[in-house]
Structure formats: structure tokens, C-alpha cells
Ligand binder design. Structure first.
Ligand SMILES: *[C@@H]1O[C@H](CO)[C@@H](O)[C@H](O)[C@H]1NC(C)=O
Ligand SMILES: *[C@@H]1O[C@H](CO)[C@@H](O)[C@H](O)[C@H]1NC(C)=O
Ligand SMILES: *[C@@H]1O[C@H](CO)[C@@H](O)[C@H](O)[C@H]1NC(C)=O
Length: 305
């Protein structure tokens, strides 16, 4: 019990013991009081250390001159895998070597899906065509995919140009809390939304399963693993969490996966979520790394200065 109450240091304890002792307490009684007292103070300090108990407490924990961890992201990735081996690398690393589209959809899943239900926001903006024309990407990494609307649009664009482009979609395919209340079309089975399967169904319905593969994990996990495996992208699109911290982390982690001459861009530069969290993260990244931010429709594009 004593070890859990950290409020009073050993030195402080000795001082208090001495004080109690001088006031006529026996040593065991004094120790007993100390234990009680420190336990109580420890309890108080534990409460006061957690500012989220107090909804009106505004606090800042950043000391810009010393807290540089916030800017530190791993910068060294494995040697690049050649583009033509990237799909198989993903299949080997995540799907035990075979295509996840094999035997899809299983009989028990099929009745839960719509043949094609592609919903998205700003998924066919001109920015995709502009950047694909410019970069002629062999590998595209999309962070935040939802039902695959923009991935499918990019697959169509690259196909039209005759490019052999592989598109890697990173998403945990959970959507967000409350998703099934908003979209009655998406089924929830034992707490699991059918988002991943509906995304796959959409890809299959446009015959794009050879050019679109997915990493069904959090953006943090997936981006760190791509770095570890040496999987880089010519074009990387960010459209996942729109709060500042999610966007900041995604941008920094994605940047190191960019091939020389590649372009990093993302959705919702103008959205007001989290007090324009995406815009603040993009602008800060540009400032720290010496880029210029250009808007293209709803998207932001990072250009060199
Ligand atoms: C920030 O860190 C520096 C160096 O340790 C220190 O001198 C300064 O008092 C700190 N500022 C705040 C606001 O904590
Ligand atoms: C993974 O693939 C190997 C070789 O094809 C096979 O023997 C093994 O059963 C597979 N594991 C799973 C979990 O499917
Ligand atoms: C589907 O795509 C594959 C290549 O990915 C192609 O060989 C095939 O002809 C396409 N099928 C249709 C019906 O478009």
C-alpha cells in the first residue's frame, strides 16, 4: 500500500515521522498515521494529476524548446522493394501469400452486401487526374479509404492511361462510432460493420481487385510496417482522421514513404473539424519541412518551394 502512495518522498516521510515523534506519538502509532496520511495525499494528488476530471481545465503540456519528441518520427525505412513486387510483398506480409479476394464473397457474407455501394466525399475531384497525369505513379498509397470511392476512381484513371499501377488502401474499415445509425445500408453483425467487405465488393464490382489491395489496420500500424518492409509510394493521399493529432501523425509517417519525385496530398484542407485540424497539421508540416501548400479543389497538395 505504501508503495502506491507517491505523494510523500522518503525524505519528507522521515521529517514528518520525526515531527510526530516529538509530539509524543509512539513510533508505531506515528508510522500508522504517516501511512494513512500519505495514502490520502496520494489519492488527492492522483485525482488532481488528471485534468480531464475537470472539463473546464485548459492546459498545455508542450514546452516547445525541449519537447521535441512531437517532431521526431522515424526517418529511415528499409531498402525499397521494386514496384512490381509490392503487391506480392503485401500479400505475403499480411495475407499469408494469397489474394484476400479469393473466394470472395463467402456464402454467409454475400446476402449482407449490396452489389455496389460506393459512397465518398470529394472522391472524383480533378486533383486525382491532375496528379496522376503528372506523376504517372506505379504505386499509390491511400490512407483512409472508407468504401473505396477515390481508390476506385484512381484505379480507373491509371487504367485509362495504361499504367500498371498498384493502389494500396490503408483503413481499419471501422468507419467511426455510430456509423450504422447514419448509413442504414451498412449492416452490423455482432458489433462488426461490413465496411471491409462492402469495400471489397465495390472493388470487385468494377473489376479492380488486381490493382487495389488493402491493409486493414490502423494508419499508425500500417504506415510503420510499410516503412519496415521498404514499400514506397509515388503518390500518397491522406484522408483518415481529421483531428490535428491524427492528421499530423499520418502526414509525418506518410512522408517518409514518398519516393523521390513523388507527391503527398490529402483531402479536406477546408473542413472545420477539430478547429481546422487538417489544415493546421498540413501547414505546420510544410513550415517545418520547407514545403509550399497548394489547394486543388477540396484537397491540399505539398509542393517543393
Ligand atoms: C521549458 O524548458 C526549458 C529548458 O528545460 C526551461 O528552462 C523552461 O522553464 C521550460 N518552460 C516551461 C514553460 O516549462
Ligand atoms: C499459410 O500458408 C501456408 C502455405 O501455403 C499454409 O500451409 C498455412 O496453412 C497457411 N496458414 C493459414 C493461417 O492459412
Ligand atoms: C478485369 O481485369 C482484368 C485485369 O485486371 C482483365 O484481364 C479482364 O479482362 C477484366 N475483365 C473485364 C470484364 O473487364
Amino acid at each position: 500500500m505504501i508503495t502506491t502512495s507517491s505523494a510523500i518522498t522518503t525524505a519528507g516521510r522521515n521529517r514528518i515521522t520525526t515531527t510526530f515523534y516529538h509530539h509524543g506519538f509512539t513510533k508505531p502509532a506515528a508510522y500508522f498515521l504517516i501511512i494513512l496520511l500519505s495514502y490520502y495525499l496520494g489519492y488527492l494528488s492522483a485525482l488532481s494529476k488528471n485534468p480531464s476530471y475537470n472539463p473546464h481545465h485548459h492546459y498545455t503540456t508542450t514546452n516547445i524548446t525541449t519537447d521535441i519528441d512531437h517532431y521526431n518520427f522515424q526517418t529511415h525505412c528499409a531498402d525499397p522493394v521494386p514496384p512490381e513486387l509490392i503487391r506480392q510483398t503485401i500479400l505475403n506480409r499480411i495475407f499469408n501469400g494469397s489474394s484476400p479476394y479469393q473466394d470472395f464473397p463467402q456464402a454467409h457474407i454475400k446476402p449482407l452486401l449490396r452489389h455496389k455501394w460506393i459512397k465518398g466525399w470529394g472522391s472524383t475531384g480533378l486533383v486525382f487526374k491532375n496528379l496522376i497525369n503528372k506523376v504517372q505513379p506505379k504505386t499509390i498509397i491511400e490512407i483512409g479509404t472508407f468504401l473505396g470511392a477515390s481508390a476506385i476512381h484512381m484505379a480507373e484513371l491509371t487504367h485509362q492511361l495504361g499504367l500498371q499501377t498498384q493502389i494500396l488502401c490503408i483503413d481499419d474499415f471501422r468507419g467511426w462510432p455510430g456509423l450504422p445509425n447514419r448509413f442504414q445500408d451498412i449492416k452490423m453483425i455482432n458489433g462488426d460493420t461490413m465496411l471491409l467487405y462492402q469495400f471489397m465488393q465495390n472493388v470487385v464490382s468494377v473489376n479492380a481487385s488486381e490493382s487495389v489491395v488493402f491493409l486493414p489496420f490502423s494508419t499508425g500500424w500500417a504506415l510503420e510496417k510499410l516503412c519496415e518492409w521498404g514499400v514506397f509510394g509515388d503518390l500518397i493521399e491522406i484522408d483518415a482522421g481529421h483531428d490535428f493529432h491524427s492528421a499530423w501523425s499520418d502526414i509525418n509517417r506518410a512522408y517518409k514513404l514518398l519516393r523521390p519525385g513523388g507527391i503527398l496530398f490529402g483531402h479536406d484542407y477546408f473542413t472545420v473539424a477539430d478547429n481546422r485540424g487538417v489544415r493546421r497539421a498540413v501547414n505546420m508540416f510544410a513550415r517545418v519541412n520547407g514545403f509550399r501548400v497548394k489547394a486543388d479543389g477540396q484537397h491540399w497538395v505539398l509542393n517543393s518551394i
